[in-house]
Design a protein around this ligand. Structure first.
Ligand SMILES: [Zn+2]
Length: 230
């Protein structure tokens, strides 16, 4: 579109910040710089020693773990997650993936990683939504860290009910044997980063890690979340 038309278009239909609803500048995408500054960042730069890592290490033998934002009900992170998960905002997932990769670019996780693996959605749910939001996050991360994404080796074998209303033990029973691995050779000896949108107790991502660790020789698994529940 010629610049003059796009300027006119923005004059009459300004693009608004997803969070504060103020008009965005030309350089800003989706979220204004002021809101980006106010997001609840975790500061989990020590990827082998932080609150999330300690939460997960009792459940699976993961190497490192980190998350970009804290997730609080009705908070800014929840608004972002809803937009990328339930309102079809794929671009936001890619953008946050890129931001997250820049935020963690000097961490040991970056230098150790060989491949990114998104936590798989069940195919039916992915078809309904049109995309897997964790895969979109991976695309953002991959574009900055220059890493491959593997979307086929780890897959969801059994459909699970939606997780939100179940108790911990029910969820745990429900998730056993949900994930399986194909193409074991491709992952052999690799350090993979499992990527998810929101990590709550960490059960889902640890079941993914377990599936990989129990089937692929020499694999190492780390975890990266867009957000973690405090
Ligand atoms: Zn804003």
């Amino acid at each position: 579109m010629p610049a003059i038309w796009s300027s006119l278009l923005h004059l009459f239909f300004p693009r608004l910040c997803l969070l504060c609803k103020e008009p965005l500048t030309k350089q800003e995408e989706q979220v204004c710089q002021r809101c980006f500054c106010k997001l609840p960042y975790t500061c989990f730069y020590e990827t082998g020693n932080n609150r999330l890592f300690h939460r997960l290490m009792g459940k699976a033998l993961i190497e490192q773990a980190t998350a970009y934002l804290y997730y609080v009900k009705k908070g800014m992170t929840q608004q972002l997650v809803f937009s990328l998960k339930y309102y079809g905002n794929k671009e936001l997932a890619c953008l946050l993936g890129r931001r997250m990769a820049l935020y963690f670019r000097d961490t040991p996780l970056r230098s150790a990683a060989d491949v990114l693996i998104p936590v798989p959605l069940h195919r039916k749910r992915e078809r309904k939504r049109g995309y897997n939001q964790s895969e979109k996050l991976c695309q953002g991360i991959a574009s900055v860290w220059n890493l491959p994404i593997d979307t086929t080796s780890l897959y969801r074998a059994i459909k699970t009910d939606t997780q939100t209303k179940r108790g911990f033990y029910d969820r745990w029973l429900n998730m056993q044997n949900v994930f399986a691995v194909r193409d074991i050779e491709a992952l052999q000896g690799k350090h993979v980063i499992l990527v998810d949108d929101v990590i709550t107790s960490g059960s889902t991502i640890c079941f993914c890690a377990e599936a990989l660790l129990s089937t692929v020789p020499g694999i190492r698994v780390s975890v990266m979340g867009l957000a973690v529940v405090r």
